[in-house]
Design a protein around this ligand. Structure first.
Ligand code: GLN
Length: 486
């Protein structure tokens, strides 16, 4: 077994027994990147020297027995997380040469735990997209089928994990951006409860929806990373000051007697038949393992996409107003007046999808249309929140597909943004309600593309997600399956 192909928990055990050094692990992962990256394209910025120096530091800590729980584990971060001294682009030309003066709290926590930061991975520009085809620095390729998309917006994070270019990674999820690429790339992805993980240093897309979360090779690793990044942070007023449970301890609880809700709206028309079969099989396995299945309803599911594509762009239009060429990143060299500088900087710096969102958002917030669009969308959001509250009075977790279909061919949907928005139908509601969601690999299409199984739980019930996912992962026996030919 090559070191790069192992999990966090396997490597931790080897490190603690002195069977391997952190430098050897990092060298193995860097060599793997060297070998496959020209076909995958997951990285925007690779910090080879920095990673090796951090690994050497981790080895010293291990020798002194002062090492944190992620000491010597090479991770890749979505390029939306600010990293002190390391370029952070958010996938945008406008931030092409932006070097943050500080670390996101999530990054500080990972560094404190001893993790080795390999570099920054690809994403849709400002996290706007579902295929990672909106990145100013190229589209990563799905490790399972190179001419297919990885999903998005955390496509680079999912691809890097699936291709063994890192041991685990961090993504962010505003409307599905961790769960959906995890599903398309056959890895585990978890979007925590809104407020569980600090957003300080997360380059904002839609602040009321954004959350950082882990993408990993198995459920145990997911629990480990979540443990390290969770918790209250004074620097994020929306982080919640409640204790962080022991997520490892939740894994072995099993599903006996657990009430597993099946939301009927998540199985209606438009679900690819192969996806439906794989998810139904997962549900059957949970039942065999002792879970109690209950039919539930989330009646406002259909309105989620429409409301989200008002609320998220509205918040984005406000958040992205800061990129004016004055304080951050690029500034147009052509401008002669101040107004021209704003205009040219933004015209040159932002890509098509980002401009589209800014226009939609500005329109929805403008005084004549505010009530008809933005206010209405917020009312719909409340209805969706109530759907979830109601459902979680009768079930512990709910299960469904992550996306209606598997990954598509790169370029296939380039001229049809609406059809791309619609693929978010099953992931958006969790963000609207703020509840946590997890994507677990549950099978493959006949073409060999991965299929994901979504588990959602009530606010701050990540333990139940992990406990369900761990039980199902064992039943499915898919861990360790790797894309062939890389
Ligand atoms: N696909 C959704 C969007 O483009 C979600 C993206 C995300 O979760 N960051 O807005």
């Amino acid at each position: 077994m090559e070191l790069y192909s192992l999990t966090v928990h396997q490597l931790r055990e080897m490190l603690s027994k002195g069977e391997v050094s952190a430098v050897e692990i990092t060298e193995s992962v860097l060599a793997r990147i060297e070998r496959v990256e020209d076909r995958i394209g997951a990285f925007i910025t690779l910090d080879r020297d920095g990673a090796l120096a951090q690994a050497a530091g981790a080895d010293r800590e291990i020798a002194r027995s002062t090492a944190g729980s992620l000491a010597g584990i090479p991770l890749a971060l979505k390029d939306v997380a600010c990293t002190e001294g390391l370029r952070t682009t958010a996938g945008s030309k406008i931030l092409e040469s932006f070097i943050p003066p500080y670390d996101a709290t999530m990054v500080t926590k990972l560094k404190k735990a001893g993790a080795v930061i390999l570099g920054k991975v690809s994403m849709d520009e400002f996290a706007m997209g579902s295929a990672n085809e909106n990145c100013a620095f190229g589209t990563p390729h799905n490790p399972w089928a190179l001419d297919y998309v990885c999903g998005g917006s955390s496509g680079g994070s999912a691809a890097a994990v699936a291709a063994d270019e890192c041991i685990a990674s961090i993504g962010s999820d505003t409307g599905g951006s961790i769960r959906q690429p995890a599903s398309h790339c056959g890895v585990v992805g978890l979007k925590p409860t809104y407020g569980r993980v600090s957003r300080y240093g997360l380059i904002a897309y839609a602040s009321s929806l954004d959350q950082f979360g882990p993408l990993t090779k198995d459920v145990r690793d997911c629990a480990t990373i979540l443990q390290e990044i969770s918790g209250y942070d004074q620097l994020d007023s929306t982080s919640v000051n409640i204790g962080v449970p022991d997520y490892q301890a939740a894994l072995e609880r099993g599903v006996k007697g657990l009430k597993v809700g099946i939301p009927k709206e998540y199985f209606e028309e438009g679900i690819d038949p192969e996806v439906a079969v794989a998810v139904r099989n997962g549900i059957d396995l949970l039942k065999e393992a002792g879970a109690e299945l209950v039919d539930i309803s989330l009646p406002h599911t259909d309105y989620g996409v429409a409301a989200y594509y008002i609320i998220a762009p509205a918040e984005a239009s406000s958040n992205l107003a800061r990129y004016d060429g004055v304080r951050y990143g690029q500034r147009s060299a052509e401008a002669e007046t101040l107004l021209e500088m704003y205009r040219k900087t933004r015209s040159e710096g932002f890509g098509t999808e980002v401009k589209r969102r800014i226009m939609i958002g500005t329109y929805a917030l403008s005084s004549g249309y505010y009530d008809a669009y933005y206010k209405k969308a917020l009312q719909v959001r409340t209805l969706i929140i109530n759907d979830f509250k109601e459902a979680f009075t009768i079930c512990d977790v709910m299960v469904s597909p992550v996306t209606p279909g598997p990954a598509w061919r790169i370029g296939e949907k380039n001229n049809d943004p609406l059809s791309v928005y619609l693929t978010d139908i099953l992931t958006i509601p969790a963000n609207m309600a703020g509840v946590p969601g997890l994507s677990l690999p549950c099978g493959f299409t006949s073409q060999g593309l991965p299929i994901g199984f979504q588990i959602q739980a009530a606010h701050f019930a990540e333990e139940k997600l992990l406990q369900t996912a761990y039980a199902l992962e064992r039943e499915l026996g898919l861990v360790g399956r790797k894309p062939a030919g890389l």
